[in-house]
Design a protein around this ligand. Structure first.
Ligand code: ADP
Ligand code: AMP
Length: 216
């Protein structure tokens, strides 16, 4: 199964993708995570991407589609993937259509996580991640069961993203509305767009996504 989770930064894509991985054995492909790994590793791609990401703008379509195409060729993706943060432009969506056709793969559904912009700054500025296993948390909305200890791996170190600040969030939301929101009519036209209420509590969003999966 190939799914796209589509929504603005902070909509809950990564949170729900981690749950889909755990429950259905799908692989989360987050282009943001891949770029952050490239930045941390100091690769050429990472070097080019870092300044763009810090400004809250979008990295070039060629870099992104190259990364995704290579990743889809790896054997673990045969069991199915959740695309999180990709595609983000019409050029990326068209490139995805072409690469899936070339690889004999099919896009099953695009799930829009509908949210109001007004909740996103609080979600993003409160977000943090386990440094050991990458599990996502929130200062207010998703705390670990034991304060300071990761539920999943017991890790005690956590990180926050440098672009998760109120200033950069504004540019990232502008980029979403200008460049990514036009993908909604693109996928509606293909008859594969589904919607869930991204404003609902996290467990309720999970339940809505599970209900959508039953219809596929
Ligand atoms: P995205 O991957 O779309 O940028 P995340 O999944 O990282 O967003 O979610 C952003 C932050 O908001 C995280 O800290 C997460 O715990 C929290 N969050 C996710 N979904 C919800 C929700 N439905 N209600 C409240 N907080 C949420
Ligand atoms: P995310 O982790 O999805 O919030 O992405 C963090 C940043 O990485 C974005 O603000 C962009 O600069 C960059 N990025 C991630 N995915 C893409 C993509 N599909 N196209 C262009 N830039 C991306």
């Amino acid at each position: 199964m190939i799914l796209i989770l589509l929504g603005p930064p902070g909509a809950g894509k990564g949170t729900q993708a981690q749950r889909l991985e755990d429950k259905h054995g799908l692989i989360q492909l987050s282009t943001g995570d891949m770029l952050r790994a490239a930045v941390a590793a100091g690769t050429e791609v990472g070097r080019q991407a870092k300044a763009v990401m810090d400004r809250g703008e979008l990295v070039s379509d060629d870099i992104i589609t190259g990364i995704i195409s290579d990743r889809l060729d790896q054997p673990d993706c045969k069991s199915g993937v959740i695309l999180d943060g990709f595609p983000r432009t019409e050029a990326q969506a068209e490139a995805l259509d072409r690469m899936l056709a070339d690889k004999g793969m099919k896009l099953d559904a695009v799930i829009e996580m509908k949210t109001d912009d007004k909740v996103l700054v609080e979600r993003i500025t409160g977000r943090y991640t386990c440094a050991k296993c990458g599990a996502g948390y929130h200062d207010k909305f998703l705390k670990p069961k034991v304060d300071g200890v990761c539920d999943k791996c017991g890790g005690t170190e956590f990180t926050r993203r440098s672009d998760d600040n109120a200033e950069t969030v504004k540019s990232r939301l502008n980029a979403y509305h200008a460049q990514t929101a036009p993908l909604l009519p693109y996928y509606r036209g293909k008859g594969i767009l589904k919607q869930v209420d991204g404003m609902a509590p996290i467990d309720e969003v999970t339940a809505q996504i599970e209900a959508v999966l039953k219809t596929i």
